[in-house]
Write a protein that binds this ligand. Structure first.
Ligand code: MTE
Length: 320
C-alpha cells in the first residue's frame, strides 16, 4: 500500500503495533511472490488446453497497495462508508453512523459441532495467538460493484485445526451476533435473523479463506464486521458474515441468510461467476468503487487458479 494511503488513515489506538504490521506485511508479500510464481506455472499448464482460467489477465509482481492484477486498494473512506450490514440498516451510507457505538468487547467465538475439541475463543486471545497477515483481496458484491480491500487476518484453517474436525464434518456454519438493542435493523421482522452463512469444509480450509480482524493496518471498524468477520475472496461479498459469534461444523449443508430469503437469487455456493446471470444485477461486469465505467467480472473473482479444482465435476450453472 502506498505511503500516501497509509498516512491518510486516521491514527487510533490499536492492539497491533505499526512495526509488527510492517514486518508481517513484508512476510505476506513474500508469500504473494511465491503464489504469483505458482500462477505462472499454472498459466503455462493452461496453454496445453482450455481451462476455466484461460481468460484471466496476467498477474503482476506483488506491489504494496495493489492486488495481484496491479489494481490499487480502494480508499479507506469508501471501504468504511459504503457497507452492507442489514442488522444496522439497508442503507449502505447509514451503517457507519449507526454502528458507531456497537460494543465489540468482551467478545467470544464458540467453535463447536462435529469437532473433537469444542472451544470458546476470546477475540483478544486470537489476536495475540495468530499473526495478523495483510491480504489484499477484491470484494465483489452481487449488486455489481467491487472494492480492493487490504484486510488483516489469519487463515480460518488455523482455528478449525485447533478444534480437530471429525471425519463426519462436511460443512461449516457461521452465525453473526444478534443484539437488536444495539442493531436497529434487526427490529425488522422481515429477515430470518440471525445473519448466517456457510461453506463446505474444503472451502473453509482453503488457504485463501481468512477470518479478518482488521483493514488498512487497524482493527476492523464496526461497520466492516468488528471484531471478526469471514472473508472468502472468490465468493460474492455476502458470504462474508460479520461480527461472528459461532462457528459450527455440520454434516448437512447449513441454512444461509440470503438463500432463505430468495433461493432463486442466492445459492449456497455463491461463487463469483460472470456466466451465471442474476435476475436484477449484471454478473458479467462490475463497477470498481472510485472508477467510472464497468470492467469485466473475472471467474471466481480472479482466483480460479487457486480454487477452480474445488468444483471439478460440478455444474456451476445449477449449483450456484
Ligand atoms: N454480515 C452480516 N452479519 N450482515 C450483513 O448484512 N452483508 C453482507 C456481508 N456480511 C452482511 C454481512 C454483504 S451483502 C456484503 S456485500 C458484505 O458483508 C459487505 O462487506 P463490507 O461492508 O465490509 O464491504
Amino acid at each position: 500500500m502506498s505511503e500516501k494511503l497509509w498516512k491518510s488513515v486516521p491514527v487510533r489506538p490499536s492492539e497491533i503495533t505499526p512495526k509488527d504490521i510492517y514486518l508481517r506485511r513484508r512476510e505476506f508479500l513474500k508469500v504473494g511472490a511465491i503464489a504469483a510464481a505458482a500462477a505462472v506455472v499454472a498459466a503455462c499448464g493452461a496453454s496445453q488446453g482450455p481451462t476455466p482460467t484461460a481468460t484471466l489477465p496476467p498477474r503482476q509482481t506483488p506491489q504494496p497497495g495493489r492486488d495481484e492484477y496491479g489494481d490499487p486498494v480502494t480508499p479507506y473512506e469508501a471501504i468504511t462508508n459504503y457497507n452492507n450490514y442489514y442488522e444496522f440498516s439497508a442503507d449502505k451510507e447509514a451503517v457507519a453512523r449507526l454502528a458507531k457505538n456497537f460494543q465489540t468487547r468482551p467478545w467470544t467465538v464458540e467453535v463447536s459441532g462435529l469437532v473433537a475439541k469444542p472451544r470458546r475463543f476470546d477475540i483478544d486471545d486470537l489476536l495475540k495467538k495468530y499473526p495478523q497477515e495483510e491480504r489484499i483481496y477484491r470484494l465483489r458484491c452481487v449488486e455489481g460493484w467491487s472494492m480492493v480491500i487490504p484486510w488483516l487476518g489469519f487463515p480460518l484453517a488455523k482455528l478449525l485445526k485447533e478444534v480437530e474436525p471429525l471425519g463426519s464434518a462436511r460443512y461449516v456454519s457461521f452465525v453473526s451476533v444478534s443484539r437488536p438493542e444495539e442493531m436497529p435493523g434487526m427490529r425488522s421482522g422481515f429477515y430470518p435473523w440471525p445473519y448466517r452463512e456457510g461453506l463446505r469444509l474444503d472451502e473453509a480450509l482453503h488457504p485463501l479463506t481468512i477470518l479478518a480482524t482488521g483493514l488498512y493496518g487497524e482493527l476492523l471498524p464496526n461497520q466492516n464486521g468488528a471484531p471478526l468477520r469471514l472473508v472468502v475472496p472468490w465468493k460474492y461479498g455476502f458470504k462474508s458474515a460479520k461480527a461472528i459469534v459461532k462457528i459450527e461444523l455440520t454434516e448437512q449443508q447449513p441454512p444461509t441468510f440470503w438463500n432463505l430469503i430468495a433461493p432463486h437469487e442466492y445459492g449456497f455456493y455463491s461463487n463469483v461467476n460472470p456466466n451465471k446471470p442474476h435476475p436484477r444485477w449484471s454478473q458479467a461486469t462490475e463497477r470498481r468503487i472510485g472508477e467510472s465505467g464497468r470492467r469485466p467480472t473475472l471467474m471466481f473473482n480472479g482466483y480460479a487458479e487457486e480454487v477452480a479444482h474445488l468444483y471439478e465435476g460440478m455444474d456451476l450453472m445449477q449449483e450456484y
